[in-house]
Design a protein around this ligand. Structure first.
Ligand code: M6R
Length: 608
């Protein structure tokens, strides 16, 4: 939920910390702060509000030094105020701490520390760590941090800097992500890879229960008991430009436009002309595939909506029973896992706390785990037996777009491959689907050409209070994703409905002028959709349809139609969502919102 950045080297730390925080701001943006060791003492600057407030503050009162830490916050304990912003320090200002996560037993620790005379400056859970380290410090910072951590329960990624030992940063991780960037005479720390890309592509992932001691010469990783852990650095293939806005006003718009390219990347090298799909990183043995009794698709938010599409595809193409579950529900509902099961965990970041917890639960119940994710080295990849990367490139905007599309492609390939191996798909159908997949990047580009029409629609409906999305089958899953996109960045109330459910209640809300987006790409239920469109039209709704460009009948019934090129119905979600993403974007822009950083939300939800 928060972004962490650290630097030690020969350069001025402040600009590096601020640049890193800018790249991590999507993780949290209600306050930010830095601490730099000046050669004599630790200097802290922190401010509530967006990062630019901190930037203004440090321009008025700069801090100079070659080692420092920075933090961008998404509040969990204590309001977003100047004093609750990180870094937090001990009583004497010799130790500073930044933290991502939640220290669950902080109240009891705080009372204890209070009784022993510690004075607190904030309402945060984090500050107890600085005081615990202060108390335990006897000339060995590593040891003091180990002691403090042994007292804390919960999720954390923390970084500690002390004026007692200013030639190092100490970092620990339990659940919340932390990456070390390795350079020549300089070392970085960050919550996520994009923050490191301008400096290095040689990284090392700190894992749960590990401590990293970072110096100018590199990193030494140990367990919390002090045993040395040997690791090989990973080479990241993303480059710095991929994590920049590249002339677009917002990352979201850039990422929407990157989708044809991202689809190409996801497919690259994976489809061969003999009808085989090679899913690198996935090695499900034949006997396992043969015996597979159930697939569970587990995820949160947009990734869950991809899971809903995945369930449909898997059942249809491989004839294996599949269930899509919200990770935050599955983990508490005592799921029945018998026989040979596969859990497909879908997560762009690979760090979503509920998804990881659900994965652990399913693993404990005997399920094999296949991860579909974007981030190399993320926690999910280490928990999984098989990993299928979506190769979307860095996704920075909080509203997920290209990750969703590429998740759909990954799930389609998985469903086809399982279907092929179980002999559930006739050859002709298989070849048609593979052909359809290859055509998708070009067709996605065609849909993007409709942007000016979508902009006009957004201008027309931007001031509405409620907007409904309806669809049947796969279109219902797309309706849910379209509705979520709109809510999260435009703050317009919206609901998605299975079109057949309308008359069971929600139709009461459809009155004169209420916009209803009707997704009409599923040919087997098209007639039914036409009836649902008539139903809402009869109540005065303004209907916008997303339909195949050759469907003249739909076009004649509705107020506006956004045409998409004809594709196999199983592939249509990949195209049909694009105009809805653009609509959400332009409504939010018309309403003057901060599109890349919507209120109350963060890109990765690493707390439960
Ligand atoms: O990183 P993940 O895919 O696990 O994230 C899951 C959700 O938090 C995420 O999809 C969220 O719903 C997006 N902000 C939606 O645009």
């Amino acid at each position: 939920m928060c972004g962490i950045m650290g630097y030690i080297g020969g350069r001025d730390a402040l600009p590096i910390l601020l640049d890193g925080l800018r790249r991590l701001e999507y993780r949290g943006y209600d306050s930010a702060g830095v601490a730099v060791y000046t050669g004599e003492r630790l200097e802290i600057r922190k401010a509530a509000g967006k990062l630019r407030r901190l930037v203004e503050m440090v321009s008025a009162a700069p801090v100079q030094g070659t080692v420092g830490i920075g933090h961008t916050r998404w509040a969990t304990h204590g309001n977003p105020t100047d004093y609750n912003a990180h870094p937090h320090s001990d009583c004497r200002g010799h130790i500073v701490v930044i933290h991502n996560g939640i220290i669950e037993n902080f109240l009891e620790l705080k009372e204890e520390l209070h009784r022993r005379g510690h004075r607190f400056q904030s309402e945060t859970d984090t500050e107890v760590l600085a005081h615990l380290i202060e108390e335990a410090y006897e000339g060995d910072l590593e040891r003091a941090v180990r002691h403090a951590i042994s007292r804390a329960r919960g999720a954390y990624a923390i970084v500690v800097l002390s004026s007692h030992e200013p030639d190092k940063l100490i970092a620990c991780r339990q659940i919340s992500p932390l990456i070390v960037g390795l350079g020549d005479g300089e070392t970085w720390l960050a919550s996520d890879i994009p923050a490191l890309l301008p400096y290095t592509r040689k990284v090392m992932v700190i894992e749960d229960g590990e401590m990293a001691t970072i110096t100018r010469d590199g990193v030494r990783i140990t367990t919390l008991n002090g045993e040395v852990v040997e690791k090989t650095p990973i080479h990241v293939t993303w480059d710095a430009e991929m994590a920049e806005r590249g002339g677009y006003p917002h990352f979201m718009l850039k990422e929407i436009h990157e989708q044809p390219r991202a689809l190409q990347e996801t497919l690259m090298g994976r489809l061969d002309h003999a009808g085989q799909i090679s899913l690198d990183g996935v090695s499900l043995p034949d006997i396992f595939v043969e015996r597979l009794e159930k697939v569970w698709l587990v995820a949160c938010g947009t990734a869950y909506h991809a899971g809903l599409v995945g369930k449909w595809l898997l059942e249809h193409l491989s004839r294996i029973p599949a269930e899509a579950d919200l990770a935050s529900e599955l983990r508490y509902r005592d799921p029945l896992v018998f026989g040979t099961n596969l859990t497909v965990a879908i997560s762009q970041s690979g760090e979503t706390a509920d998804t990881l917890a659900a994965v652990r639960e399913m693993k404990a119940r005997g399920s094999r785990i296949l991860a579909i994710t974007n981030v190399v080295g993320s926690t999910l990849t280490r928990e999984a037996d098989d990993v299928l990367y979506i190769r979307a490139g860095p996704e920075i905007a909080v509203a997920s777009t290209k990750a969703y599309l590429t998740m759909l492609v990954a799930l389609t390939m998985l469903a086809i491959e399982l279907g092929r191996r179980r002999k559930a798909i006739p050859d002709e159908r298989l070849n048609a689907l593979l052909y359809g997949l290859r055509e998708l990047p070009g067709k996605a580009q065609d849909v993007l050409r409709r942007e000016p029409e979508v902009l006009e629609l957004a201008k027309r409906y931007a001031h509405c209070q409620d907007i409904f999305f309806i669809g049947r089958g796969l279109d219902y899953a797309v309706a849910m994703e379209g509705s979520l996109k709109l809510k999260e960045i435009s703050y317009v109330h919206s609901e998605a409905l299975a079109a057949g459910e309308l008359k069971h209640g929600t139709l009461a809300l459809v009155t004169d002028g209420v916009p209803v987006f009707a997704l009409c790409t599923q040919r087997h239920v098209r007639e039914k959709m036409l009836s649902n469109i008539q139903e809402v039209k009869a109540r005065g709704a303004m209907v916008v349809a997303v339909a195949y460009e050759d469907d003249r009948e739909v076009a004649s019934l509705v107020d506006h139609v956004i045409p998409i090129p004809p594709v196999d119905d199983l592939l249509s979600p990949i195209l049909a969502i694009i105009p809805l993403q653009l609509f959400a974007y332009y409504v939010a822009r018309e309403r003057g919102h901060d599109i890349d950083q919507p209120r109350n939300l963060a890109k990765s939800v690493t707390v439960e």
